[in-house]
Design a protein around this ligand. Structure first.
Ligand code: NAP
Length: 682
């Protein structure tokens, strides 16, 4: 239990207790006052502080430094999560709910930490897509790049996942290099505040990287400019009000919104009550209705069932709902805790009342709200409410109203096209799921519904054991959806990070692009290697350092030997007449893999040294046939370097093979792991 307090904000490097709090925060379980928030903050000062210290501090780190920081933060929070679980009970969340919120937030940090190291360069500029050749002689090229916005990220979060909702935004903004002003929802903000306190105590973040607003954002949205952005999660109505702020519109301030969503789930037309998928479906719908007491943006609100199975699904769901243990979230047998506040319960009742105008309540009367270990009147407890909509085509509000609690509505459909049409009447959602074992059904749903939904989740007997669930956004996959869901993509790997960055088309000479991106671009100045680059430790290798090897003549005996040795007797290498009949070949040609092998033989320095392993090869293309009598030579250039561990890093090499006429016959990117010292493992 928290003591009564004014929940302080973290402002310009200090914790600041408001002297004029104006909003009370209560326990979801007892209704007792936990504390209060509010009062005016110097939001202009906070923004300036973030821009003066936070932005430069973060931008001084490269992507890998920031990724390592995320990982350390995650591990630090992990050590303290038990205290957070205890605090989280006050929000009405069970331990299982808190694990989704707290552990889910921590694992989002870890996924972004890993993606940052694997998918981003060890630099401060993120290339986007391939090089574009804009000239005939390669002297003028184009490359899109991302750089971090130079303002602040105003992160406004919903009450339902105070930790995950904050950390999923922070994972992306910190990795991008943008400081944040975090504004948690008032009713559960004390849990977010505890996490912010931990993050600051960890000492892992640069000064000014995060600040916390407990209460109102004041006129913050009125002073943002094109280098700032607002990343909002909450209801569609608040999103509309905030994104309509004249200054946001006037200055083109980026505004990403994750809003409410009338997510649907379809029981496939191929499924009958004896199928495995039937049980999977009922289990999932029940889980979505009761987890976090239904206060999940991804929860299933509309349940679409073949009309012949409506009664069977209804009976199965009623049975599960009746057996659901509602109670104090700290009790181990409690399956569903409380809503976040009495106000929220009143809101859910009101919205359920609207839905009841066109749907029948088939479970969830007041008598069904049997609460263990807490007072059902003082705490925000509510029985799950299942409605049935007899005519979903004629119904209107059931496709429009979100009761943000344990409320969902069954609706019958005739065929899969009808189910898809009903699904899409939500006007854009975060996620829709389909329980089917028929791949054709899955394809039909994608064709008919993908444009309306941010994520489509298919589950069946094959995927069930490893499947992550309808309602679980994954950091790797898009979280966000069109239309009513807000039109954003908050997660989805690096897509989420790019929200906080500006994409710019860079045009210039190869040397300009090499300098800007830190990766050697074909056509740039070559640095003549003074020693074989395979003898130089990782740190001594220079970007652009190049060797050109001696030539090697390819003999007909080599081609025949290679064919015998490998078993590759393809006619283009072995049969002159057949090769000549082929539009690509003038005669018998050398195997491409023979050329690769010869190339390695030409550029490799054989003695033990810093090159530990050849780990791969990218973007190989054979560009001109090589016939017996041709002489090939190789260009090997250091393209870019990335530290991987304390002992070794990855080197990417540009490799080009040319013939005696200096015509390029093949090119690729070679990957090696190199130790930092001059000798192996040093
Ligand atoms: P809400 O009432 O819209 O509030 C969302 C946030 O906006 C809160 O932090 C709130 O702060 C803040 N806010 C409200 N008015 C503001 C103003 N004038 N200026 C600045 N900030 C303002 O939503 P909620 O009740 O917290 O959350 C429930 C809703 O969020 C549901 O509709 C749910 O579907 C949606 N949601 C969506 C996602 C998603 O990823 N798409 C995730 C979670 C929840 P106060 O609390 O201080 O008022």
């Amino acid at each position: 239990m928290l003591g009564q307090q004014n929940f302080s904000s973290f402002v310009m490097g200090d914790w600041l207790v408001s002297t004029q709090p104006n909003r009370v925060v209560c326990s979801a379980i007892t209704g007792q006052t936990l504390g209060s928030v509010g009062g005016a903050l110097d939001v202009a000062g906070m923004r300036a502080y973030a821009k003066t210290y936070g932005g430069p501090g973060l931008r001084a780190l490269n992507f890998h430094d920031r990724a390592r920081m995320l990982k350390s933060l995650a591990l630090y929070l992990k050590q303290h999560r038990k205290a957070l679980y205890t605090m989280s009970f006050e929000t009405g969340a069970t331990l299982a709910d808190s694990k989704i919120d707290i552990d889910g937030g921590i694992s989002t940090l870890l996924v972004y930490a890993s993606k940052g190291r694997r998918e981003m360069p060890e630099g401060i500029i993120l290339p986007d897509g391939d090089l574009e050749v804009l000239s005939r002689d390669n002297s003028f090229l184009g490359q899109h790049v991302y750089t971090p916005l130079q303002g602040v990220a105003v992160q406004i979060n919903a009450f339902n996942f105070p930790v995950w909702g904050m950390l999923e935004k922070l994972a992306a903004s910190l990795l991008a290099g943008v400081p944040s002003l975090i504004k948690p929802a008032t009713s559960s903000g004390y849990l977010a505040q505890a996490v912010v306190r931990l993050m600051l105590d960890s000492g892992l973040l640069p000064r000014g990287a995060i600040q916390l607003i407990m209460g109102s954002t004041g006129d913050l949205l009125e002073i943002l400019d094109c280098q700032d952005l607002v990343s909002f999660t909450g209801s569609a109505s608040t999103a509309l009000a905030l994104r309509s702020t004249p200054n946001i519109l006037k200055n083109g301030v980026r505004f990403t919104a994750e809003q409410d969503s009338l997510n649907g789930s379809i029981l496939g037309p191929d499924v009958n009550p004896d199928s495995v998928e039937f049980d999977l479906f009922v289990t999932e719908v029940h889980r979505e209705m009761t987890t976090k007491a239904g206060q999940k943006c991804t929860a299933i609100r509309r349940i679409m069932v073949p009309e012949e199975h409506l009664q069977a699904v209804q009976a199965a769901l009623r049975e599960r709902l009746a057996a659901t243990k509602i109670g104090h979230p700290a009790l181990t047998n409690t399956q569903m805790g409380a809503l976040v506040s009495l106000d929220q319960r009143a809101d859910v009742w009101e919205q359920a009342g609207v839905i009841s105008a066109e749907c029948d309540l088939v479970f969830g009367s007041e008598e069904d709200c049997v609460v263990e270990g807490a007072d059902p009147e003082l705490g925000a407890f509510l029985a799950p409410m299942l409605f049935c909509c007899p005519d979903p085509d004629a119904a209107v509000v059931v496709h429009q109203v979100e009761a943000f609690g344990p409320v969902a509505t069954l609706m019958p459909y005739r065929d899969i096209d009808h189910a898809v049409a009903l699904l899409n009447r939500g006007g854009g959602s975060l996620v829709a799921s389909v329980f089917t074992h028929d791949p054709n059904v899955a394809r039909q749903v994608v064709l008919g519904a993908a444009a309306f939904h941010g994520r489509l989740y298919f589950n069946d007997r094959v995927a069930a054991a490893e499947s992550t669930g309808h309602g679980s956004p994954l950091p790797h996959m898009v979280h966000g959806g069109p239309g009513r869901a807000g039109g954003s993509e908050e997660l989805g790997g690096l897509r989420g990070v790019k929200h906080y960055m500006q994409r710019t088309a860079i045009q210039g000479s190869p040397d300009m692009l090499t300098s800007i991106t830190g990766a050697w671009v074909k056509g740039s100045t070559e640095i003549v290697a003074q020693a074989h680059p395979f003898t130089l430790g990782f740190d001594r290798l220079q970007i652009g350092e190049t060797i050109h090897t001696a030539g090697r003549e390819v003999l007909i005996e080599d081609i025949e030997h290679f064919a015998e040795f490998t078993g590759d007797h393809f006619y283009a290498h072995m049969d002159a007449e057949a090769a000549k009949a082929n539009p690509f070949f003038p005669d018998r040609v050398a195997h491409g893999y023979l050329l690769l092998s010869f190339a390695a033989g030409l550029f490799v320095e054989p003695n033990p040294g810093p090159v530990l392993a050849n780990t791969g090869l990218n973007a190989l293309s054979f560009q001109k046939p090589v016939v017996a009598g041709d002489t090939i030579s190789v260009q090997l250039t250091v393209k870019c370097k990335t530290r991987r561990t304390d002992e070794y890093g990855e080197v990417r090499w540009y490799v080009a093979l040319r013939n005696q006429d200096w015509e390029q016959v093949a090119e690729y990117e070679l990957l090696t792991m190199n130790s930092y010292g001059e000798t192996k493992g040093a």
